[in-house]
Design a protein around this ligand. Structure first.
Ligand code: NAD
Length: 470
């Protein structure tokens, strides 16, 4: 069903045509208002205050949609976004200034600058797993860089989507920022319009659809996608800490995190010890009966629940394995005896099931990873720099951690994104501002003199040029 609580359709619009909305935003962008620094800062400030004022409502929406605990809702969604807002407001003045860069000797007399200019009207399409954060974090970048924005939240988290729509409607005019609620049809209708930038977070197959639609208008895109992110525990790792940090990164949000460790590569020598500590770590985090833990996140839909449940007969269940079809919950589960030919190893799992493979040499691990698409994240647990470097230097992946999981995501100093099939582009912190800005290079030339050698009619011109361009 197509809902449209947020954006009110106007003359010229229909449920499969958003030209009025986009034209209206284009006209507003042309007034120059969204580009004004004071306007951008005010928009960010208003957003921050509204989020703070609606903290409880947001927690309730996330609870209704995904059974997210207040702790998870704050740390991974609300708090993260507030920190991004504070960081952006603090640094925006320095980011918007044209950046002076060096000028080569061949350009003597001139000065070189990089201007950050907004693209114009941006489209932000968000998924359901962190439905608030993944809609608002890109919006911060869009506003900071001086763009207008249309946000299409996920239809699978309807309470958060409706609250987002209500919040945004209360803050900004639709000609500046609008939320269009709806499902695939709405997304496709929006994609028919000519946006100046498209920021998409979601699955790899839909990423292809987005890029194809963007290609028609040569619209630049950021694609924040997914994939199977490996987690390697070498024999020299701090096993106890590794167990705790992996259990946290994997099972938070019931594994429905794009950068959650998708599968474990355990060194044969520490496998049993690690698994026993891992089981303890899960118990410590979620109790002996996670299905009865009111703070344990549920699976978003019946379709995903059934998809995940079908993996439970892969390999052997080491721990967990129980499910509750009523509440769509699945225990944190570890599967051993897994090989690359098991169905669970085909696609991103996106749920609280962790398959384990064992290895003897790092070569096997590297070979296994190289035979598959470049992952969004990678985690290596080892106490030795050579081991860490062997993995970091030989595997291409979006980003990751040494001796931790997921934590790189929350640093505003580390641009976050994938590579190849796991994504294009990156954001967070200044990265978000840069993503939503075109970098316009400008040479300011002197008129006090004119170096002659570039002109083809100058005697010895080529000889002089050859002295510099070599
Ligand atoms: P999805 O691709 O199914 O949907 C994402 C958005 O696209 C939704 O708003 C949806 O309405 C829209 N959409 C779906 N099908 C469409 C189509 N055919 N045409 C146009 N729009 C369409 O993804 P999801 O299930 O909501 O989220 C899970 C996926 O997102 C996982 O693969 C996960 O790895 C990825 N993800 C990536 C990141 C990241 O930052 N890289 C973060 C979170 C999730």
């Amino acid at each position: 069903m197509i809902t449209n609580n947020a954006y009110t359709l106007r003359e010229g619009d229909s449920l499969d045509n958003y030209s009025y909305l986009v034209e209206n935003q284009k006209a507003f962008f042309k007034t120059g208002k969204p580009k004004e620094l004071a306007f951008r800062l005010e928009a960010l400030k208003k957003l921050k205050s509204a989020i703070q004022a609606n903290e409880k409502k947001l927690m309730n929406a996330l609870k209704s949609d995904l059974n997210k605990s207040d702790f998870d809702a704050y740390t991974a969604e609300i708090g993260f976004v507030l920190a991004e807002l504070s960081f952006t407001m603090k640094h925006l003045l320095s980011w918007v200034k044209p950046q002076k860069v060096k000028t080569p000797v061949t350009h003597i007399g001139s000065a070189s600058y990089i201007y950050s200019e907004p693209y114009g009207v941006s489209l932000i399409i968000a998924p359901w797993n962190y439905p608030f954060q993944l809609a608002i974090a890109p919006l911060i970048g869009a506003i900071a860089a001086g763009n207008t924005a249309v946000i299409k939240p996920s239809e699978l988290t309807p309470n958060t989507s409706a609250l987002l729509a209500e919040l945004i409607k209360g803050l900004y005019p639709e000609k500046y920022i609008a939320v269009v609620e709806g499902a695939v049809e709405t997304s496709q209708a929006l994609l028919k319009e000519k946006f100046d930038y498209i920021f998409f977070t979601g699955s790899v197959p839909v990423g292809r659809v987005i890029m194809e639609a963007a290609a028609k208008n040569l619209t630049p895109v950021t694609l924040e996608l997914g994939g199977k992110s490996p987690c390697i525990v070498h024999h020299d790792a701090n096993i106890k800490l590794a167990a705790k940090r992996i259990a946290w990164g994997k099972f938070t949000n019931a594994g429905q995190t794009c950068i959650a460790p998708d599968y474990l590569y355990l060194h044969k020598g520490i496998k049993e010890e690690f698994l026993s500590l891992f089981k303890d770590a899960i118990k410590e985090l979620y109790g002996a009966e996670p299905l009865n833990n009111p703070n344990y996140t549920h699976i978003v839909s019946e379709r995903h629940f059934n998809r995940l449940q079908s993996f439970l007969n892969n390999g052997e269940v080491y721990c967990g394995g129980k499910t509750d079809a009523q509440t769509l919950a699945i225990e944190p589960t570890v599967l051993t005896g897994i090989t690359w030919s098991d169905p669970i190893m085909e696609d991103e799992i996106f749920g609280p099931i962790l398959p384990v493979m064992e290895y003897e040499s790092l070569d096997e691990v590297l070979k296994g990873i190289h035979n598959h698409p470049k992952p969004l994240a990678l985690y290596i647990f080892s106490e030795h720099n050579e081991v860490q470097q062997e993995v970091l230097g030989n595997v291409s992946f979006g980003g990751g951690c040494v001796n931790d999981t997921v934590y790189h995501f929350v640093s505003p100093h580390l641009p976050f994104g994938g590579v190849g099939p796991s994504g294009i582009g990156s954001y967070h912190g200044k990265g978000s501002f840069d993503t939503f800005s075109h970098k316009k290079s400008v040479l300011k030339q002197t008129t006090l003199f004119d170096l002659p050698f570039r002109y083809p009619n100058v005697k010895n011109g080529l000889k002089i040029i050859k002295m510099f361009l070599k």
